[in-house]
Design a protein around this ligand. Structure first.
Ligand code: CO
Length: 465
């Protein structure tokens, strides 16, 4: 018997993908205990865009969310998604910030850190991996999957081997665009399982309609764990549905050990909760354009919005074709945050600017100078010359150039800090966190004032001297 493990992504990736990451902690907590009892391999509950969204949109403390979930989960490991040196933000942070963030994430309840770098430049994972190991956490090293001439099966296996060498406890194959076709899943998983002796987890998005089929092939080929979401927050740009996978595998040697009664209760809860977030809901249609252009669904909807603003929606097909060209010229970066923004911004400028690379996005300059890391493949020399001229690329790891960030930040917001976690929130998202911390302090002062007033009123009954 080789039962497959299932990681539930409902509380992180599913609502990040379907509801613009807007789900509030109060809508999660009623079913966290049930998820814990249902028999999942892990619960992915933190990281990715959720940290940013808590501070930016929800007025919530992301650390408090983690602690609230941790307090209700006794049996199942908690997983987070960490963007390597970018942590849960969009730029490279200094090593002292990465070390402190990882230490506090583990201290507040994360058991498994799934760590990836958009370019598969493993230098950008080193500090986070070392810090997670030191904190005693399970490190899941991630191979970002994409289609390109430089991302062959051999290359991807090579990346996994390097992750194993770095000390990863398991490997994740991350297909953020949902492009993994079943036959490829079979081939890749066999190759990975043959060469790398670590548990292998597959993470895919349903966007193109392929993910459930790819999972089945991956499981038959020896994948140990797959990521799903409960049916009411699955499909579309989210993960495949847990219940369907369980039904497909019922009676086979891979049948997962899940309590489907509990999963059904969780699904019913989110069926109702989802209605509250209707204004953000992107729905769950299969996006066939993803198959045609091999571009993540999120990018296509961003283009649609941007071009509509410029009254140039008719240019969408050109932009989508330009993406592939720019991507080739930039050495085939996988289209995932933040490299998808680099490629996307330039593709739009190239189409709307009339001449290619006449206008250049700052991100592209930084990318070509090595500030995101090493491009996976060779960069077009003509484009490099046109964009950055004689300015050379850095040869070192981008974060090597960053001075320590914690202490300067501490001085900036000393008045509002209550915990070390507050400081990290501020370093990562300065304006958003500062506003949150100020408002929290103001609310506390208000409460103190009310208590004081109440105490004084009671004091009125004291006998006069
Ligand atoms: Co994902």
């Amino acid at each position: 018997m080789k039962r497959v493990g299932v990681t539930d992504t409902t509380l992180r990736d599913a609502h990040q993908s379907l509801l613009a990451t807007r789900m509030r902690t109060e809508d999660m907590l009623p079913v966290v205990g049930k998820l814990d009892q249902a028999g999942f391999y892990a619960l992915e509950v933190w990281g990715g865009a959720t940290f940013d969204a808590c501070l930016r949109y929800l007025g919530e403390d992301p650390w408090e969310r983690l602690r609230q979930i941790r307090a209700r989960v006794r049996h199942t490991p908690l997983m987070m998604l960490l963007r390597g040196q970018n942590l849960v933000g969009y730029r490279h942070y200094p090593d002292d910030v990465v070390q402190a963030f990882v230490r506090l994430a583990v201290k507040n309840g994360v058991d498994i850190l799934r760590v990836f770098d958009a370019l598969n430049d493993l230098r950008n994972l080193r500090t986070a991996v070392a810090a997670a190991k030191e904190a005693g956490a399970h490190v899941q090293g991630t191979v970002v999957y994409t289609k390109s001439p430089v991302h062959t099966c051999r290359e991807l296996v090579e990346t996994a081997l390097e992750l194993a060498e770095m000390g990863a406890d398991s490997i994740c194959l991350k297909d953020m665009a949902g492009l993994l076709i079943p036959g490829e899943a079979d081939q890749l998983v066999r190759a990975l399982k043959e060469k790398v002796s670590l548990p292998l987890e597959i993470h895919a998005h349903y966007t193109s309609g392929l993910a459930s089929m790819a999972y089945l092939k991956a499981i038959e080929a020896g994948a140990d764990v797959v990521d799903t979401a409960v049916s009411t927050l699955a499909l579309g740009t989210s993960q495949p549905p847990t219940e369907s996978l369980a039904a497909a595998l019922a009676g086979t040697e891979w049948e997962p050990e899940l309590d489907l009664g509990l999963v059904a209760e969780v699904a019913e809860h989110f069926r109702v909760v989802r209605r509250k977030y209707q204004e953000y809901d992107v729905g769950t249609v299969v996006d066939a354009a993803v198959l045609r252009y091999q571009i993540p669904g999120g990018m296509i909807s961003n283009f649609t919005a941007q071009l509509a603003q410029q009254k140039a929606l008719d240019k969408l097909p050109q932009v989508l074709e330009e993406v592939e060209r720019v991507r080739e010229e930039l050495g085939y970066p996988p289209l995932v945050t933040p490299s998808s923004q680099v490629v996307g911004a330039q593709a739009v400028l190239n189409v709307l600017g009339g001449e290619r690379y006449k206008l250049v996005a700052n991100e592209v300059k930084a990318y070509l100078r090595g500030f995101y890391g090493q491009p996976p493949g060779p960069v077009s020399e003509a484009v490099r010359r046109k964009v950055v001229g004689d300015e050379g690329a850095i040869a070192c790891r981008p974060a090597d150039l960053l001075p320590p960030g914690l202490e300067p930040a501490r001085r900036e917001v000393a008045a509002y800090l209550e915990t070390e976690e507050d400081l990290l929130s501020y370093v990562l998202f300065p304006p958003q966190a500062k506003k949150f911390l100020q408002e929290r302090l103001a609310a506390r002062t208000q409460v103190d004032y009310c208590l004081l007033e109440a105490a004084e009123n009671e004091g009125g009954g004291y006998p006069a001297p």
